[in-house]
Design a binder for this molecule. Structure first.
Ligand SMILES: Cc1cc2nc3c(=O)[nH]c(=O)nc-3n(C[C@H](O)[C@H](O)[C@H](O)COP(=O)(O)O)c2cc1C
Length: 178
């Protein structure tokens, strides 16, 4: 999928609506991907994203040790892969092989971009002060990629227990932000 650079100040608009994301890591040379919906924007620029990655997940140790990841944002056509990545563990499954998702080298981090996702955010771990207590990591987006020309990305929004909403139309309302 062809991408152009997305200005970092616009990254919040990708995440504020809470799309389900695919978090990739590479630990000890092994790439992995997990599904994540517990995330929140914390700052415009540089973009800061808070997220909960459970200590039970294989990705937790990878994130804590390498302090790097990519947040890949899928659209609804990837729903089956999203569910697989959220219901299997990298401890015993190569999820890229299992799902057919394509890992692509990132610019600033060892974790791969997922080619099929319309946006990819390369991140470093900026703060772990709440990690021991809440499994909460603060990520700083170092580089953002977006597929040009996609007007209304049909992102997935988790409603719990396997139910998802799919984003639809965009409406424009007055805003003091541009
Ligand atoms: C829709 C969905 C959203 C999820 N959100 C999160 C999340 O925000 N944080 C988390 O720790 N696990 C979340 N999970 C569960 C992990 O994706 C799951 O435990 C996965 O198996 C972890 O993979 P890993 O062991 O390879 O790291 C979610 C699962 C699904 C299906």
């Amino acid at each position: 999928m062809n991408k152009r650079a997305l200005p970092l100040a616009k990254v919040y608009g990708l995440l504020e609506t809470g799309p389900v994301v695919l978090l990739t890591t590479t630990h000890k040379g092994k790439p992995n991907v997990m599904t994540m919906s517990w995330h929140t924007m914390m700052e415009f620029e540089p973009p800061l994203v808070g997220c909960v990655v459970s200590r039970n997940d294989y990705s937790f140790e990878a994130l804590r040790k390498t302090r790097q990841c990519v947040l890949n944002i899928p659209t609804a056509d990837l729903a089956a892969q999203v569910v697989t990545c959220g219901n299997t563990t990298g401890r015993d499954v190569d999820k890229f092989e299992a799902t057919g998702l394509t890992p692509v080298p990132a610019t600033f981090v060892a974790a791969p971009l997922i080619a099929e996702c319309f946006a990819n955010l390369e991140c470093r771990v900026a703060d772990t002060r709440l990690t021991n207590r809440y499994d909460f990591f603060v990520l700083e987006v170092l580089k953002a990629w977006i597929a040009p020309g996609l007007k209304n990305p049909r992102t997935l929004h988790h409603r719990g227990y396997g139910a998802f909403m799919i984003a639809g139309d965009t409406i424009r309302l007055p805003s003091r932000m541009r």
